[in-house]
Design a protein around this ligand. Sequence first.
Ligand code: ADP
Length: 759
Amino acid sequence: NGRLQNGKQGPAHHSTDNSLSKPLNEKRKALLSARKALPIWPHASEIRESLRGVRDVMLLVGETGSGKSTQVPQFLMNETWCNGCIAITQPRRVAATSLARRVAEEMGTPLGSSSPASKVGYSVRFDTSTSPSTRIKFLTEGMLLQEMLRDPWLRQYSAVIVDEVHERSVNVDLVLGFLRGIVTGDNKGRRGAPLKVAVMSATADIEGLFNFFDEGYAAAGKIKSQIFTPGPQADGEDSSESSWSGLSSPEETVGKTKSSGDQTVHIKSTFISTCYIEGRQFPVQIMYLPEPVQDFVETALRTIFQIHYKEPMPGDLLVFLTGQDTVEALEKLVNKYAQTMGPEVPKILTLPLFAALPQSAQQRVFQRAPPKTRKVILATNIAETSVTVPGVRIVVDSGKAKIKQFRNRLGLDSLLVKPISKSAAIQRKGRAGREAAGQCYRLYTEQDYTKLETDTVPEILRCDLSAAVLTMKARGVDDVVGFPFLTKPGREGLEKALLQLLQLGALNEDGKISETGRRISRLPLTPALGRVIVAAADEEMGCLSEVIDVISCLSVENIFLNLNTEDTKEQAEAARQELYRRQGDHLTLLATVQTYAAERSDRKAWAEKYFVSHRAMQNVMASAPQRSTAHSLSVDHRHNQLTSTQDVRKQLRAQCQQQKLLPATACFDDHNTTTSEATTIKILKCFLRGFASNTARLMPDGSYKTLVGNQTVTIHPSSVLFGKKVEGIMYNEFVFTNRSYARNVSAVQMDWVGEVFAP
Ligand code: ADP
């Protein structure tokens, strides 16, 4: 039929856009010319060359938006060595799904499972969409790690592209460690064909990566490279681009030097090649506040309207905030004030962008604004490097981000709102200069800017490592301290993780993974939540279906809408009384899912009545009948719009059935809206099995003190137990803003906690 079936065209004449024989329609023509305008386009043959022959590793640096994520897999897919699939990892699900969609569009192929002929797919937690012909698969780092547990040599892939390494998530560090093992070890033997690895970054941190792979080759008894001087570092405020293009192939560069300004590069490696894509950055004018401010949401609101009145169109705004909470708060405020604008003022279209947002809502940021309308995108640091939004001319930077940090005293990760690093501030600013000269309004003083840390600390140095350690153990790494980490985590952090896994029963006394641990490692959940699932599957407990309902709610954005006026708050409280359970948030979530599921007629109206987010509930359980049973993605071809709901509950049920935690024939009763007292206790005990260390007891003065660390915690105002006094509490999350808050809280008896600690 004239289609390229397996991409086996000779390398010389395969432009990547000939995969369809149909004439290019207008849209594809436009897409193609947009691709050709990307800074990476002229480097296509250099990039292909970089992975030919014995060269198995390519390190590629290029600014955000230069086209790395969308183009590199297309450049490589027709190489002669590439007869399998190319995996391309992303730290965030939003990026994985939106990039897959974009690349499918560029290639003129349907996306994922919508057609068996689709060449581009994706796989993110609770949502996988691929076809038998998938050649390019975008997936989160976590999903690739999951696949590695099943297929340690990644036999289904010809190449793995590790994107956004500069983000340095724990998962990317693990992925790199495992990949180094594959390429420097017996790269061909066990797999039949070598695995090619491309590592891509938006910042020039190549030296560390180069040495990391190089040491791997050296340790495997292969030649070690001799000297390496890094390329030019992205220089702070100077947005001028590096004016040189990279070194194409190691053979060419052996013994040669190449200079750029006063930098000299001298590389000698047989296996690793490096590639630099020169940036294309227009100047961005920076504005600081004269005085520091307390409330950045309010300041952002004022700044947005000042800009809107002052700055001519076109020019969309991108505002960097800290999380879903601040994004939604500002969205409401902006919409409210926008209503008071006169008819002569251009309209404002607010678009939220955060990780938990469903895909269809995320995709809206890429659409063009209607005439005489300014897009105001309210984003978390997701838009820093992961997602490039076209049309942005002005950036408003709160200077803050929510980051995960391990709190030793508490023994768990908590989300803290913290000042960003200089390199993050520079990335944020850069978003304004993609298409034309731009402006960046920093909602902090110039002096505060100078005080920022230079770089963001890699997650592995600041986070709970239990999931990482469990992944390593499940993949057969016995000596986790000896694992090839790009940055070695502290011994203490690793030991804590080992201890926690031991306490969860995921490891045996000898440090080897237990059967329970194996089961947990295959679930797309944290070890603690995984443990809850395994506990609930236990015959004695037998409350897995209920526990899955609760965990599904915990895995999506907030179920209960945040209300900002006293009036609506009171109304909502009154309406929700029916759903609230005295035992706390877990059973309240269960009651909410159960009544929602039992509602057969109008679920949207139901959600409105209870002030529940219909969007969030649809991600817990899709209400429309699904076309495919494997996953919950459907494509509306008329509008070429993705209407995707995650249906987390269904995914978790399927996972549990696969693992035989649930019988394959399990039937679920969606008419049941009550849970017996005995079952409620069982459910809470299961949660305790995973969260015994997240417990606190009531003190005589009415405060709660944690059992581990003896810290004071306050029940979060969003909890149904807010202001209540119970003997003990157990919580899933710890949030630190101006106080230490426990979120998702339930009442527990202290003797239950004792049972878990001394089983
Ligand atoms: P990089 O990986 O270097 O940051 P990308 O390949 O992600 O660059 O992006 C290249 C271009 O493709 C960007 O200009 C961006 O606007 C566009 N693009 C990426 N994803 C989408 C999408 N889902 N919809 C529309 N445009 C997109």
